[in-house]
Design a protein around this ligand. Structure first.
Ligand SMILES: NC(=O)c1ccc[n+]([C@@H]2O[C@H](COP(=O)([O-])OP(=O)(O)OC[C@H]3O[C@@H](n4cnc5c(N)ncnc54)[C@H](O)[C@@H]3O)[C@@H](O)[C@H]2O)c1
Length: 299
């Protein structure tokens, strides 16, 4: 039984991943600054601060795999808090990688497919595209990725980069600054107005959270030479398309359009052919995922 520790394990992705790892019979450890509201049987909770070196080193000791699932900045606030991203998240991630290399622990880093590539003409975007982030959140992720790449070249380690597109589903909280599907569905259910920045034609690649977690489980067992994977649906949806899909559930969303933000790239669809060679399970369509999420919210 492999021991897997998720850093930021009680967050949106971390908590869903814990459930998925348990299903696949891993021994799961969740390292987080706080305990979750609802504990899951079989998850070992470790309360600690990622930025406390001693505490971090103690938590990772004896683990087989570390999933780095923590960021203290998001796409919306990173242009104000950019120094926090570089001086804290970036530096501490490098320290974590150094610790893991010395202890021979496999690392998977959750990067952001929605922001590292920036504006790209060719869509769906392949992992080989030259990344050009337009916000500091994406730039911090890319800095962390580059250090991993250098370690992999210098020390022949096999640290993996998972560039996740736009996950949605149970456990997401749009108040944290990301999650249009979460916001629009919850606001519709509460009869609140949905705010769209721009004309609603911004296109993203939305993927149901359970599919992301299954892909991450496949990467735990991956031992090939690839370093970076898009974890995505390969399907583009505009914000307006999502509103239409919500209407198809029999709901009545109320939308107001506001001026576009400079942090938003117009179109991001991520090519998922590489991960689909490693991950054999069929992934959900947007309509299937939205329906599951809706039923989860109203049950
Ligand atoms: N959610 C997305 O849309 C998305 C998309 C692509 C990549 N990612 C990346 O995936 C990772 C996880 O995202 P998420 O949406 O689950 O985030 P989240 O904010 O829901 O979870 C992060 C967790 O980290 C914990 N945490 C914060 N500071 C800590 C500290 N100092 N020490 C220990 N724990 C601390 C929080 O308590 C929280 O439980 C992040 O790196 C994020 O950038 C997220």
């Amino acid at each position: 039984m492999k021991k897997v520790l998720i850093i930021g394990g009680n967050g949106f992705i971390g908590s869903n991943l814990s459930n998925c790892l348990i299903k696949h019979k891993y021994e799961v450890y969740s390292f987080d600054i706080q305990l979750p509201r609802l504990k899951v049987d079989d998850v070992n909770y470790i309360v600690g601060d990622f930025f406390d070196d001693e505490c971090l080193e103690k938590a990772i000791t004896g683990m087989d795999v570390i999933i780095h699932s923590l960021s203290t900045v998001n796409p919306g606030n990173s242009n104000e808090r950019f120094m926090q991203g570089y001086s804290r998240d970036f530096v501490q991630s490098v320290k974590l990688f150094d610790m893991c290399i010395k202890k021979n622990i496999k690392v998977i880093f959750l990067s952001s497919g929605g922001t590292v590539y920036g504006i790209q003409d060719e869509q769906p975007i392949k992992e080989t595209a030259l990344p050009a982030p337009i916000n500091h959140y994406g730039a911090v992720k890319l800095c962390i990725e580059n250090v991993m790449r250098t370690f992999n070249i210098q020390l022949h380690t096999k640290m993996l980069i998972a560039r996740i597109s736009n996950p949605y589903g149970p456990g997401q909280d749009f108040h944290k600054g990301v999650g249009f599907v979460d916001a629009s569905l919850k606001k519709t259910l509460r009869n609140e107005t949905i705010e769209i920045w721009g004309d609603g034609n911004v296109v993203r690649d939305y993927i149901y959270i359970e599919d992301v977690c299954e892909m991450l489980c496949s990467l735990i067992e991956y031992d090939g030479d690839e370093e970076v994977f898009n974890l995505s649906s390969n399907e583009g949806m505009s914000l307006n398309d999502i509103i239409e899909e919500i209407k198809l559930l029999g709901l009545n969303p109320n939308v107001v359009y506001k001026p576009a933000r400079s942090v938003d790239v117009p179109k991001v669809i991520l090519d998922n052919s590489k991960i689909m060679k490693v991950h054999s399970m069929k992934i959900r369509t947007f309509r299937e995922g939205l329906k599951l999420f809706y039923h989860h919210l109203v049950k």
